[in-house]
Design a binder for this molecule. Structure first.
Ligand code: ADP
Length: 410
């Protein structure tokens, strides 16, 4: 066995033990013989700083008792947590190794500052990049011309959105045009109604003033009264037609007015009612066909037929005729058909689309002379439409006219 002296043993231990490890040799009484941290080499000799007796240290007591001991505790000498491992040697001395141990908090604390710095840097980068990115994404939207969204720069992902915006724009444009048209029609209509009412009123006021002032001879009074009566009737017809149109404008027929109507019976009733007027002009009204039932508003259908037959009488020739034919057809769909045909004056082809407009008359004076309001065909068209039907006209100047109304049968 190789025996080495105390000084050699200390030098050997000092050389072997790593710098992180603290090595302490304590004699059996607890006096520190050597400590790698507290000893200094001076002229080949280790000089130990003054250290208090270690016999009260738990690792010393454990090693004395058990031979070996491991303890983690705070070192008053080094001012940090240390792991102590102590072994009792054969001569009773204790060798103690100590290694610094970081607490979890101390360990975590070491990373806090770098982590905080990294987080701050990342946060700043995120803010800067997100601002740049947002600006880049928003640029095409900022530069977009809402009146022409499909023109200009943009990326493909925006195409569906831009197409929708363009659709909406076109829809709004169309709606605005419709509103402007409806508004202008409303204003025209009001102006026309006022004008149409003013004329008979002026006649009535004029004639009544003359009669009031005693300026009308006794034999002229029946004639003046008849004129006043006719003008008042014209006003009443106009007001009735305006009310019917405003009722039709306000929406579809109310369900309470719907009932099964036989158009054939209705045609015969209307023809009978208008027969005196037709007779005055030597016009013959002939109703033919068969019963056809539709679900509809009877008073509106009556007015529709009445307007068509009245026109056929009004714009007829003396000794003329009016054919009213009522029937049903299945092609192209199951529908009721009412044809009103006359052998009257007819109409030029280029007028046929305009005659359904409110207050449109081809021959204004003839219309007025015969008590026309200029609203009859507008009511016919609306009445057909409100029964989901339609009205068509065929006519040739001097050769009569044929109006055909079709209404679906449920
Ligand atoms: P009105 O009260 O003037 O008859 P309508 O709206 O019923 O108004 O008709 C519009 C115009 O269409 C009439 O002024 C007339 O010129 C023409 N019209 C309508 N029905 C006939 C017809 N059966 N034959 C010839 N012209 C017609």
């Amino acid at each position: 066995m190789n025996v080495i002296d105390e000084s050699e043993r200390l030098a050997l231990m000092d050389a072997q033990v790593s710098a992180d490890l603290r090595y302490t040799l304590i004699d059996e009484n607890g006096e520190v013989v050597f400590d790698s941290v507290q000893s200094q080499l001076d002229n080949g000799e280790y000089i130990l700083k003054e250290l208090d007796n270690h016999s009260n240290r738990p690792e010393f007591q454990g090693a004395v008792r058990e031979g070996t001991a491991y303890v983690i505790r705070y070192s008053d000498t080094l001012k940090k947590d240390m792991l102590y491992a102590a072994v009792r040697l054969d001569d009773g001395a204790i060798v103690r190794l100590a290694e610094p141990r970081e607490s979890l908090i101390a360990f975590a604390a070491r990373f806090v500052v770098p982590i905080v710095i990294v987080i701050l840097v990342v946060a700043v980068l995120v803010v800067v990049f997100s601002k740049l990115l947002t600006k880049r994404i928003m640029r095409p939207l900022d530069n977009m011309d809402v009146t022409e969204p499909l023109k200009g720069e943009g990326y493909s992902e925006m195409s569906p959105l831009l197409a929708r915006i363009d659709d909406q724009r076109l829809m709004l444009e169309r709606q605005n045009e419709d509103l402007a048209r409806a508004d202008s029609m409303r204003r025209d209509f009001s102006a026309n109604v006022s004008h149409e009412l003013k004329t008979p009123l002026q006649v009535i006021v004029g004639y009544t003033e003359l009669m009031e002032g005693g300026l009308v001879s006794q034999e002229d009074i029946p004639k003046f009264s008849r004129i006043i009566h006719e003008e008042a009737e014209n006003m009443r017809s106009l007001i009735d037609d305006v009310l019917t149109l405003s009722r039709l404008d306000s929406g579809s027929i109310s369900a309470s007015n719907l009932k099964d109507v036989d158009l054939f019976i209705l045609a015969k009733q209307v023809a009978d009612r208008l027969a005196p007027i037709a007779n005055k002009k030597d016009v013959d009204i002939r109703v033919s066909g068969e019963s056809v039932f539709i679900e509809g508003d009877e008073s509106l259908l009556d007015e529709m037929m009445s307007n068509l037959i009245t026109n056929a009488i009004r714009y007829n020739v003396d000794n003329g005729y009016v054919d009213v034919i009522v029937g049903e057809r299945v092609q192209p769909a199951k529908e009721a058909v009412v044809v009103v045909r006359d052998a009257g004056i007819g109409m030029p082809e280029d007028e046929l689309t305009k005659i359904f407009e409110r207050f449109y008359r081809i021959d204004k004076s003839r219309s007025k002379e015969t008590g026309g309001t200029g609203l009859g065909l507008a009511i016919v068209k609306h009445a057909a439409l409100s029964h989901n039907g339609q009205v068509q006209v065929e006519s040739k100047l001097g050769q009569g006219s044929t109006f055909t109304v079709t209404i679906p049968i449920k």
